[in-house]
Design a protein around this ligand. Structure first.
Ligand SMILES: [Zn+2]
Length: 310
């Protein structure tokens, strides 16, 4: 079966202004990398707009309405020091969430084994009632709740290898032992959460890394902490918050990975999904701010998804 690739031109129209690292060129770089002949076998679909009802499984209706109401007619409106909306941002956010929810539909129905969502804005910093860190809606957490509500998945896991801690996903999953959140991330770094001691209902597994830890410590964190916990949890479907900003060329952090590390972690996660979840994997783009590193890392990640599905 092919790997599904979801994206949408609306995701290019979300623009937080000159000099913002979370910029449309990121997605252009990913699109270009995934246009190479090696990716011809991808099943390509346009991301639908998310149903508001799906978003409201996580975000309260008044939050969704406040985000919609904040949309400017022109120019930018800043929701926090890092996160702005332009006139097209709300639709981009609906496409980003819609992609991950639709990918869950396709994977849970058996139409495809796995999927990658090339979308922006990212989602993992968005808390149920607070936008932050370039994120409006928490795409991956909404998709996890959708897998349960619409497809009867009993246990849903999110693994997050973005270099920043996914505080929003952790917050959403905090007291629900049937939802798993495992994260490697640099500490100290934005947003400041993600300590080893933050364990929720025994379903949160943080593996903070020190600046300059690099490949061996990253892999060790997965081998000793995240993967064993994921194995014990035994998910019905595995979602990935795929941020590539732990790359050594990334300007926002210092974990010093290469694209080989992203291929490696993807292989490990796919193996775990094959063992427990019938190979069902939905991955979505989070961070990654050096365009060349982002393009190469995304390509390495998607290649492993394609190999697993072929
Ligand atoms: Zn990040």
């Amino acid at each position: 079966m092919p790997t599904l690739l979801l994206t949408h031109p609306d995701c290019l129209l979300h623009d937080m202004g000159e000099g913002h690292p979370e910029r449309p060129d990121r997605l252009r770089a990913v699109d270009k990398a995934l246009s190479a002949p090696a990716f011809a076998a991808l099943k390509r679909e346009q991301a639908p707009l998310a149903d508001i009802a799906a978003i409201e499984r996580l975000h309260p209706p008044r939050y969704v309405e406040a985000i919609r109401a904040a949309s400017p007619r022109q120019g930018l409106v800043w929701l926090d020091p890092d996160t702005a909306m332009c006139p097209k941002s709300f639709d981009a956010a609906l496409r980003a969430t819609g992609a991950v929810v639709h990918a869950v539909d396709q994977v849970m129905s058996g139409a495809v084994n796995n999927a990658f969502c090339a979308v922006r804005p990212p989602g993992h910093h968005a808390e149920p009632s607070r936008p932050m860190g370039f994120c409006l809606f928490n795409n991956v957490a909404i998709a996890a709740l959708h897998a349960r509500a619409a497809h009867g998945a009993e246990r849903v896991a999110v693994v997050d290898f973005d270099v920043h801690h996914g505080n929003g996903t952790q917050d959403a999953f905090w007291s629900d032992k049937d939802l798993f959140y495992g994260s490697t991330h640099q500490m100290p770094l934005f947003p400041g959460t993600g300590a080893l001691s933050e364990t929720g209902a025994g379903n949160i597994f943080n593996a903070p890394l020190n600046p300059l830890d690099g490949s061996s410590r990253f892999r060790e964190a997965f081998l000793s902490r995240i993967l064993p916990a994921l194995h014990n949890f035994g998910p019905d479907v595995l979602l990935i918050s795929a941020g590539f900003d732990a790359h050594r060329d990334d300007p926002l952090a210092q974990i010093e990975l290469t694209e080989e590390d992203f291929a490696w972690v993807t292989e490990k996660l796919v193996e775990m999904a094959e063992k427990h979840a019938g190979g069902r994997v939905v991955s979505t783009l989070e961070g990654g701010y050096n365009l060349q590193a982002l393009a190469r890392s995304t390509a390495a990640h998607v290649e492993v998804l394609m190999q697993a599905s072929s």
